[in-house]
Design a protein around this ligand. Structure first.
Ligand code: FES
Length: 157
């Protein structure tokens, strides 16, 4: 499998190169760009980022694997990231998790057979005051209840 940035992203990269004096600073923006373009970050994409950033591919790999928001394998159309940290855990995260697993018939780390949903658990997403919460793709869903999750999943089906 090979990877190359599409034309739109190449234009964006050229703009970013003017903004950042050090090509190393492009690492995180390019990782995001790959994820938006492909849905996940392949080893081939890391090698491509390595060329733009003048960093060894292993350095790109270390960065990509350090941050949990980067997908290193394909995910479903809707990537459910349920917070598992203290506030969410104290406010009922386990019930929400059990409901999602049962409804979608998947375990954490799995994708539904139709490719619609992937379920992961993540550390605090910074919405502790409205726990429990989850993020689906780029959208936060807060103050979750079973009823609210049921509605959200139905709307995304
Ligand atoms: S603990 Fe869940 S958002 Fe912070």
């Amino acid at each position: 499998m090979s990877f190359s940035f599409d034309e739109t992203n190449i234009t964006k990269i050229e703009q970013l190169q003017k903004r950042y004096p050090s090509p190393k600073a492009l690492t995180l923006p390019l990782l995001w760009m790959v994820q938006e373009q492909e849905g996940f970050i392949s080893l081939e994409a890391m090698e491509e980022i390595s060329k733009y950033t003048t960093r060894p591919a292993m350095e790109i790999y270390k960065t990509a694997t350090f941050y949990t928001m980067f997908n290193l394998a394909p995910v479903g159309e809707h990537h459910i990231q349920l917070c598992k940290t203290l506030s969410c855990a104290l406010c009922g995260k386990e019930d929400i998790l059990a409901y999602i697993k049962k409804t979608l018939d998947i375990e954490v780390g799995q994708t539904t057979k139709d490719g619609k949903f992937t379920l992961t658990q993540v550390e605090c997403l910074g919405s502790c005051g409205t726990a429990p919460m989850m993020q689906i793709n780029q959208t936060n869903y807060e103050s979750l209840t079973i009823e609210r999750v049921e509605k959200i999943l139905e709307e995304l089906q």
